[in-house]
Design a protein around this ligand. Structure first.
Ligand SMILES: [Zn+2]
Length: 406
C-alpha cells in the first residue's frame, strides 16, 4: 500500500495557487494526450492540460479500473478514441465527477499496476502534462493494492443516514417530488449521433420541474441540476433527505433488442418482468461501478426488518402510481411502449418508504423516440402527462391512506 499512497499525494500548486483557484478551468489538449504501449506490456497514459491542477490516481478491482481524479477539467469536444487504443486498456471514460472535480477511468483488461505518476509543469507556458506509467503485475498483487484512498476533499459526499422516522404530513402540505435526471458527468448514459442521454434528461427534468411548479401543490427537488455524476446510492439518499413523497427517475436508454419504442414505467422488483428490463437495470448499476464508485467498503446490511416493513406499505402505493402514470402518459402523448408497465432490479428505486418509479421517456435506440425527445412540443406534452399522472395519484393515494387510517 505504501507505494500507492506515495503516488496518491496530490500536487497542489503553491505560490500563485490562489490566483489560479479563480481562473478558468484547465482544458484538455487532446492532440497532445495519448495512451502508448511500452516494453513488455507496459502502458503509459499522458494527459496534457492547459494548466497544472491538483490530481490523484488509484486503482479499483472488480472490474479492474485505473481512476485519475483532477480539479475540474474542461474536456472540450474530446472523445475517448482521441487517446488511441493499446493492449491491456479497454474503454476510456472522462467527465465531471462531483461539482468542481473531474474524473478519468480506464478499464483495465489486464492487471496493470502503477509504476510511476507525475505531473510536469514547465515554467513559462504553465501547461501541464500528467504522465502515468503502468506495468503488468499479478492479479493477486493488483487486488491487494486496489481501493480508493479516502479523502473528503475528493470523495463523493456521504449519503445521509436513511434510518430516521418520517412524520405524517398534514393533508394540505405540498407533495414533495424528487426528480432524478438519469446519468451525468462521467456517465453519459445512452449515446446516439452526438446526443447523450444525460443531457436530454437534464433539460427534460428542468422542464418538468417548471411544469410541476406552475401547477401548484408540488415542492420539487432535483438530484442533479448540472452535468455532474451522482451515485445511485446518493440519489436514493437525497430523496430521504428531502422527505420525498415521490421519486421519479428519468431515462431514455438504448435497447437494441426488439426495436423498443415508446414510454415505459418501471417499478422495483427482484424479478424482472422481461429480459430487456433485467438488462437495463443491470446496465445502470454497472455504469455506476464503471464510473469509479468503490463498493469495497459498502455495507450491504441495509435491508433490515424495518425497511422490509416500510416496503410492505410502499409497494402497493408505488404500483398504483405506475399504473396511473402509464394511463396519463398515453393520454398526453398518444402512444406508449407496447409493454408500458415493467419491473426490474433498479438500485435507484430502492428507497423503502418513498414510492419510486423510473420512466423511460422513450428509447434513444429508436429514431422516432429520439426525434420526440428533441422536439419541444412533444416534451411539453410528456411533462404535462407526468404532471397529470402525479395529480391523479396524489388524490387516489390520499383517499386510500385515509381509508387505511380509519
Ligand atoms: Zn439510463
Amino acid at each position: 500500500m505504501s507505494r500507492v499512497l506515495a503516488i496518491v499525494a496530490a500536487l497542489f500548486l503553491s505560490g500563485a495557487g490562489w490566483a489560479q483557484e479563480f481562473s478558468a478551468l484547465a482544458r484538455l489538449d487532446a492532440e497532445k494526450s495519448s495512451l502508448q504501449s511500452g516494453w513488455r506490456g507496459a502502458v503509459t497514459l499522458e494527459v496534457s492540460l492547459s494548466q497544472g491542477v491538483p490530481w490523484r490516481v488509484f486503482h479499483l478491482d472488480g472490474p479492474r479500473r485505473l481512476v485519475v481524479d483532477f480539479r475540474e477539467v474542461d474536456w472540450g469536444a474530446a472523445q475517448p478514441e482521441d487517446f488511441g487504443s493499446v493492449e491491456g486498456v479497454g474503454t476510456v471514460r472522462f467527465g465531471g465527477y462531483r461539482p468542481g472535480w473531474s474524473r478519468m477511468v480506464l478499464d483495465l483488461e489486464a492487471p496493470l499496476s502503477l509504476d510511476s505518476a507525475e505531473m510536469e509543469v514547465p515554467e513559462g507556458t504553465g501547461a501541464a502534462t500528467l504522465r502515468i506509467s503502468l506495468t503488468p503485475t499479478t492479479a493477486e498483487d493488483f487486488a491487494a493494492n486496489a481501493g480508493a484512498p479516502h479523502d473528503p476533499r475528493w470523495d463523493l459526499p456521504q449519503p445521509e443516514d436513511v434510518g430516521q422516522a418520517r412524520e405524517d404530513k398534514p393533508d394540505w402540505a405540498p407533495t414533495v417530488v424528487v426528480i432524478d435526471p438519469g446519468h451525468g458527468g462521467i456517465d453519459p448514459g445512452a449515446e446516439r449521433d452526438g446526443t447523450q442521454e444525460k443531457e436530454l434528461m437534464l433539460s427534460f427534468a428542468r422542464e418538468l420541474r417548471d411544469t410541476l411548479r406552475r401547477a401548484g401543490g408540488f415542492e420539487v427537488f432535483m438530484t442533479r441540476d448540472e452535468d455532474s455524476f451522482v451515485s445511485l446510492e446518493r440519489r436514493v439518499a437525497f430523496a430521504h433527505q428531502k422527505n420525498a413523497d415521490v421519486f421519479i427517475s428519468l431515462h431514455a436508454d438504448s435497447l437494441s433488442q426488439g426495436h423498443a419504442h415508446g414510454a415505459a414505467v418501471y417499478t422495483l422488483s427482484a424479478e424482472a418482468t422481461d429480459a430487456a428490463s433485467a438488462l437495463l437495470a443491470e446496465r445502470h448499476d454497472r455504469a455506476d461501478i464503471l464510473s469509479g464508485v468503490d463498493l469495497s467498503g459498502a455495507d450491504d446490511e441495509v435491508t433490515d426488518v424495518l425497511l422490509d416493513l416500510a416496503r410492505l406499505e410502499t409497494e402497493p402505493r408505488t404500483a398504483t402510481l405506475a399504473d396511473i402514470m402509464v394511463g396519463a402518459l398515453r393520454e398526453a402523448t398518444g402512444a406508449v411502449n407496447k409493454k408500458p408497465r415493467r419491473e426490474g432490479a433498479f438500485s435507484v428505486l430502492k428507497a423503502a418508504d418513498v414510492p419510486s418509479i423510473l420512466i423511460e421517456l422513450g428509447f434513444m435506440s429508436s429514431e422516432g423516440d429520439l426525434a420526440n425527445l428533441q422536439d419541444a412540443g412533444w416534451r411539453a406534452s410528456m411533462s404535462a402527462g407526468i404532471r397529470d399522472g402525479l395529480q391523479a395519484w396524489v388524490i387516489e393515494d390520499k383517499a386510500t391512506r385515509a381509508l387505511v387510517r380509519q
